[in-house]
Design a binder for this molecule. Structure first.
Ligand code: BG6
Ligand code: MG
Length: 222
């Protein structure tokens, strides 16, 4: 097995938008007098907008039209925040890592649950760096379903089993593994199901070293 593509989640891997998602949900929650803490927000990492609202409501039900209005309002708040993003908001090491990946002859893809992924990549000045951008509009079933990773693999014309996925959320790791990809867990969040783990994200990471580590782990496991 040779890895031919690196596929990146966006939020928490390429840039840290979790704070903006938090502020946008918090504004909505405060306006609607729903308790919502930073810990509650941690449970929304990698989760679609719709599912995030269900978790925020903690079992309380609201009408479909009200849900749509709240989702739109949350997104309007979020757009306000991300309009201020710039290339300086790339996480440390991202630019060098993407260059090294391209230099190693690998394909590059994005697999993000966000419907705003293209806008975020535009603001970061990174849209043109990726061969394929899968986002919250690409498939019907969000992570942890494997659909988005399968969609990206097909668009890249690389089998999922030859793709290595970089993810900061367990829902994303589970989705990628279910699609048949190998996985790298990123950052401080708990991603216990990943094949390998980079606690400092892409800072000082090296594509060749990651591929060697995967190969070494595979031969140890037999
Ligand atoms: C994921 C984020 O990437 O995208 C989640 O980790 C977010 O926090 C999800 O809810 C959907 O994003 P958006 O931009 O479509 O609301
Ligand atoms: Mg993420």
């Amino acid at each position: 097995m040779a890895i031919r593509a690196f596929v990146f989640d966006l939020d928490g891997v390429i840039t840290d938008t979790a704070e903006y998602h938090y502020r946008a949900w918090k504004r909505l929650a405060d306006d609607e007098r729903i308790p919502f803490t930073r810990e509650d927000n941690d449970a929304l990492r990698g989760v679609s907008r719709q599912e995030s609202l269900s978790r925020l409501l903690k079992g309380r039900s609201i009408s479909e039209s009200l849900a749509q209005e709240w989702l739109a309002r949350k997104n309007a708040h979020y757009l306000e925040y991300i309009n201020q993003l710039s290339p300086q908001d790339r996480l440390p090491g991202v630019t060098a890592f993407l260059n090294a990946t391209r230099g190693a002859g690998l394909k590059l893809g994005i697999a993000s649950a966000s419907k705003n992924a293209r806008l975020v990549l535009d603001r970061l000045g990174l849209t043109g760096r990726f061969d394929v951008i899968g986002n919250g509009h690409s498939v019907a079933n969000p992570k942890p379903a494997p659909d988005l990773f399968l969609w990206v693999a097909e668009a890249l014309q690389v089998p999922a089993s030859e793709s290595l996925v970089f993810e900061d959320a367990e829902a994303g790791i589970d989705a990628a593994k279910c699609a048949g990809c190998l996985t790298v867990g990123i950052g401080k969040a708990k991603v216990n199901h990943a094949d390998i783990y980079l606690p400092n994200g892409l800072e000082n990471a090296n594509p060749a070293a990651i591929l060697s580590q995967l190969e070494a782990d595979r031969s140890t496991r037999g």
